[in-house]
Design a protein around this ligand. Structure first.
Ligand code: NAG
Ligand code: NAG
Ligand code: NAG
Ligand code: NAG
Ligand code: NAG
Ligand code: NAG
Length: 587
């Protein structure tokens, strides 16, 4: 991911006690990050999938691997079956990834798949010292259909095949020595789990309610994997990726879950200026808007603006040690309710699900999971799409550049609406989906290229209503906001180096309200970060020295519970870390 930070050895030197190299080399460096008591545990301070005090009924290690030189290799994989004494269903399943970096290394993107369906997109930290370790826990109950293993069929001999867990983490220990050792386990819970509704960051309960009956991957070479991993690698705007799928005839509900991460030229898409390529030497000139869209047989079925995850090596790696940027270890996925389209798919034939990334530059990694709910009491259900209003998203793009300075902006908004009915043993249900997106991005460069400002705001809101005959029987509202503001001032650091001072704030807030079967539930997550610091960068872009202060505030609330964690990191050290399950401190 971080092409910019090639040589980290000097950074390491400065983190080690007794090094005074920076002071000697550079005339005015700010005080160095304290080498004393720097924690090696890197964290994302979010809601734990379960609050302490709940023991899983069973735990199982599913993968264990040292990723040393895995660039260009296919994913590693292992056969999986749920523990025999812990068959499905489960009240909760949590995946836990624990990792350790033997030495300094770049940050790497990684994913875990079950039979080609992605269940976790994650990044490693950006370890600036040997021995960095971290842990990711995610509620994966929604993937029960994948985790329960192949159905036990009476004539078992050649039934079903096995379930396979795979993981990809392309590392290279050729120029930096770090080897990533990773263990992946599953924890299965039965019975009541108190704090029942506390689910993992950052996806609130939203569209799923109950886990789906079947999950089909929209991914690369589904089934028969694939040197490059199960994710699709999207290079540009016109690079369409597709999977043809037939869904069971008794499907009555469908949700498509999308995973997306940005790399290479698009690592900083959220701060890209909009400049014509002739006017700019930069190849990263598409502006700060990207959208992942889905179509079914070329009919538009929904789109999302991805959350701009800031990778551990991005902007200033000292901001993200030991507290990661939002969503880094558990990248958000995005849900689109496709139930109105189910009627188009109930013909027993294959249909083409296409994924594209608007305005993308090389490259994006995208994949999808089609979650399907089946009517066990029917052999076939019927349905039809009755409303499809998807006006094109008209973006207002403005640019004003003179030499290196100037500004550009991209903004727009759109409302799409779909409705369709599905008639099953549950009755004839009509599902209406309304999605509203508001987007604004602005980039400004001043002072002959020395001051760069980037700001972005994404507001999206999805309303899903379900009617049985004329009566409303279900309603889900999910809104998501993602504000980002960033200012970097650069000055001459001496010896061809550049001193960059950055101040930024970034947030992800999400709320959902669900009304179904006469019950109403509400939940909201707010994850906010403010970071400020300095980095000294060599003329080739390598970080020579740096320091950062980061303040993270994470809160989760629902009708029953509240959880708040505030972590304050000053100069790479955790100064306060306050966690409360009562939110008393919030008052
Ligand atoms: C480092 O940690 C040790 C033990 O926890 C403590 O005694 C010491 O005061 C700390 N040093 C600094 C500079 O915070
Ligand atoms: C993985 O598990 C083994 C024990 O099975 C343990 O020794 C090792 O430290 C673990 N590694 C990590 C990165 O958690
Ligand atoms: C990379 O790591 C592997 C496994 O630890 C080791 O055998 C190999 O020598 C390392 N390669 C380099 C270039 O350090
Ligand atoms: C887009 O990417 C595809 C796949 O790499 C490539 O074949 C095509 O030429 C690219 N198109 C443009 C306009 O760059
Ligand atoms: C599904 O429905 C289609 C059209 O009604 C039919 O041709 C096909 O045989 C059905 N498939 C199954 C498995 O029942
Ligand atoms: C289901 O309801 C819709 C809208 O009310 C109607 O148009 C359709 O004919 C109904 N389908 C069945 C099978 O009753």
């Amino acid at each position: 991911m971080s092409l910019n930070y090639i040589t980290l050895f000097p950074v390491l030197l400065l983190l080690l006690p007794g090094s005074a190299a920076a002071a000697a080399l550079f005339p005015f460096p700010p005080p160095p990050a304290s080498p004393v008591n720097v924690t090696l545990e890197y964290i994302d301070p979010t809601l734990p999938p379960l609050l302490p005090g709940h023991d899983p009924k069973c735990s199982l290690t599913v993968l264990q691997h040292d990723f040393a030189n895995t660039a260009g290799e296919p994913p590693i994989s292992a056969a999986y079956a749920p523990p025999p004494d812990c068959p499905a269903p489960w009240s909760r399943v949590v995946i836990e990834l624990s990792g350790r970096a033997s030495d300094i290394q770049k940050d790497r993107i990684a994913a875990i798949w079950v039979d080609g369906s992605e269940i976790l997109r994650t990044s490693t930290p950006f370890p600036m010292a040997p021995g960095v370790f971290w842990r990711v826990r995610k509620d994966v109950t929604r993937y029960t259909a994948l985790l329960r293993g192949p159905p036990v069929v009476a004539a078992a001999a050649d039934a079903g095949g096995e379930t396979t867990f795979s993981m990809m983490l392309e590392n290279s220990n050729a120029s930096l020595p770090g080897v990533y050792s990773v263990n992946v386990s599953l924890h299965f819970y039965r019975g009541a789990v108190a704090g029942e509704k506390l689910t993992a960051h950052p996806t609130v309960k939203g569209l799923y309610r109950q886990p789906a009956d079947l999950i089909l991957p929209i991914s690369s070479d589904a089934g028969d994997c694939c040197p490059g991993g199960y994710w699709f690698k999207v290079h540009n705007d016109s690079d369409e990726k597709l999977t043809a799928l037939a869904i069971p005839n008794n499907t009555y509900r469908a949700v498509l879950e999308l995973y997306a991460s940005h790399h290479g030229e698009d690592e900083y898409w959220y701060s890209n200026p909009l400049r014509s390529t002739t006017a700019s030497s930069s190849s990263k000139a598409n502006g700060g808007f990207r959208q992942v869209s889905v179509s079914i047989d070329k009919l538009f079925a929904g789109a999302v603006v991805p959350f701009p995850v800031i990778y551990p090596g991005s902007i200033n790696p000292f901001f993200w040690a030991p507290v990661s940027a939002i969503g880094v270890y558990d990248l958000p996925s995005y849900d689109l309710d496709l139930t109105p389209f189910v009627g188009l798919l109930l013909d027993g034939r294959e249909h083409e699900f296409r994924l594209t990334v608007t305005d993308s530059r090389p490259f994006w990694l995208v994949s999808g999971n089609l979650h399907l709910w089946l009517d066990a009491w029917s052999d076939g259900v019927e349905g039809a799409l009755v409303r499809h209003r998807a006006p094109p998203l008209r973006l207002n793009r403005q640019t004003d550049w003179r030499g290196s300075d100037g500004k550009s902006s991209v903004d727009g908004q759109v409302i799409v609406r779909f409705a369709g009915w599905v008639s099953s043993s549950k009755g004839n249900m009509t599902t209406s989906v309304r999605q509203r997106l508001k987007f604004k991005s602005k980039v400004e460069v001043r002072g002959r290229g020395t001051v760069k400002l980037a700001a972005m705001e994404v507001n999206s809101r999805t309303d899903v209503g379900t009617k049985l005959n004329r009566a409303v029987v279900g309603r889900v509202k999910v809104s998501r906001e993602a504000p980002l503001v960033m200012v970097t001032e650069s000055s001459n650091g001496g010896g061809g180096s550049e001193l960059r001072k950055t101040k930024m704030s970034h947030g992800l807030t999400e709320s959902s309200s669900v009304v179904a079967e006469g019950e109403a539930e509400f939940s909201a997550v707010a994850d906010l970060q403010e970071a400020e610091g300095t980095e000294l960068v060599a003329d080739k872009g390598a970080a020579l020295w740096g320091s950062g202060d980061t303040r993270s505030t994470y809160s989760f609330r629902d009708d029953k519970a509240c959880y708040l964690r505030t972590v304050n990191v000053v100069g790479g050290r955790v100064r306060d870390d306050v966690e409360t399950a009562t939110c008393a401190a919030a008052a």
